[in-house]
Design a protein. Structure first.
Length: 316
């Protein structure tokens, strides 16, 4: 049997590198496309090929169009909400024009499957009806959220016009080893870095804001499962899956759990609430359980412990 081939864009980054490993375990030869603007060559798994280029580039398009790939798994993105608000044209250029460049390449190269990293945290509107399922109302409140939702519509259109099988994975708040505490970082990485340095933890507002924290290795398994999903695309929600735990954890609860995982004690300080911050968020994963045979296997306490061990040994 010929070897299966996959491209992982952003595969030198936090989530993408774990996805690359998961696809290797599925028997794929993995080619990583990454411009290394935030990823690191050291994250690329052994045996994977790294091509340093931008997803908007002609080089990326030619590589995918001519590479005989079975799967494109797209994680490269402008992912900072604040940057998207300050420069929505940059956000759209990277996230929408980059996607279209890859989709055109996939069409030209007869790629069978296109997996997209979407976001359950930004495509749904603010609501008390939690956890959100895939058909919940969509009302993104940032250019970043709009670009993620718009990407899902582009994927559906390419699927219906050209027959490419597509899957959108709407991630909850992903955490785990290799997440940088810098830039638009997850709170787990920030808390872990500060604990290692002996610095106090900052909680904005009353700390009762909730998020759904899902471990990165569980997310990687969801991507592997998505390679085996082949439903016809009749709507964006038909080919979308929430990838989370369905459990809300407050920022204060997370801070205390991270302190417990590290075995170190620092103070927790309050700062003024940040305007426009989503108060509650969690996603219903029942559809992924049923159709992808996927569910999270790592509980928060174990995931935080593994994450802190990585931070203590590697992160600055």
């Amino acid at each position: 049997m010929p070897e299966k081939k996959a491209v992982v864009t952003g595969g030198a980054g936090f989530i993408g590198s774990h996805v690359s490993e998961a696809l290797q375990r599925e028997g794929y030869h993995v080619t990583v496309i990454d411009n290394l603007s935030s990823g690191s060559e050291s994250n690329v798994p052994h045996g994977a090929e790294l091509v340093v280029c931008d997803v908007r580039s002609e080089q990326a398009r030619e590589l995918i169009a001519g590479g005989g790939f079975d799967v494109v798994d797209h994680h490269a993105a402008q992912m900072d909400v604040r940057v998207s608000v300050a420069d929505p044209m940059l956000d759209a250029d990277i996230n929408l024009m980059g996607l279209l460049n890859l989709l055109e390449a996939a069409r030209e190269g007869d790629v069978k499957k296109f997996i997209f990293a979407s976001s359950g945290g930004v495509v749904y509107g603010e609501s008390d009806d939690l956890p959100h399922n895939e058909t919940a109302p969509k009302l993104p409140v940032s250019p970043y959220g709009v670009s993620k939702l718009g990407s899902e519509y582009y994927l559906a259109m390419y699927s219906m016009l050209y027959g490419i099988k597509v899957v959108s994975l709407r991630y909850a708040n992903v955490y785990g080893p290799r997440q940088s505490p810098h830039g638009e970082a997850g709170v787990v990485a920030i808390f872990g870095s500060r604990i290692k340095k002996g610095e106090n933890l900052t909680v904005f507002g009353d700390g009762e804001q909730t998020r759904d924290y899902v471990f990165v290795k569980d997310v990687a398994r969801a991507n592997a499962a998505a390679t085996r999903f082949d439903a016809e695309c009749t709507s964006i929600d038909k080919v979308a899956f929430n990838i989370g735990t369905g459990t809300e954890t407050s920022v204060v609860q997370l801070a205390n759990a991270m302190l417990e995982a590290s075995g170190i004690t620092v103070a927790i300080e309050n700062a003024p609430a940040r305007a426009g911050e989503l108060l509650r968020s969690s996603v219903d994963n029942a559809r992924a359980k049923k159709l992808l045979d996927w569910e999270p296997s790592v509980e928060l306490v174990g995931g935080l412990r593994e994450t802190y061990e990585w931070i203590a040994g590697v992160a600055g």
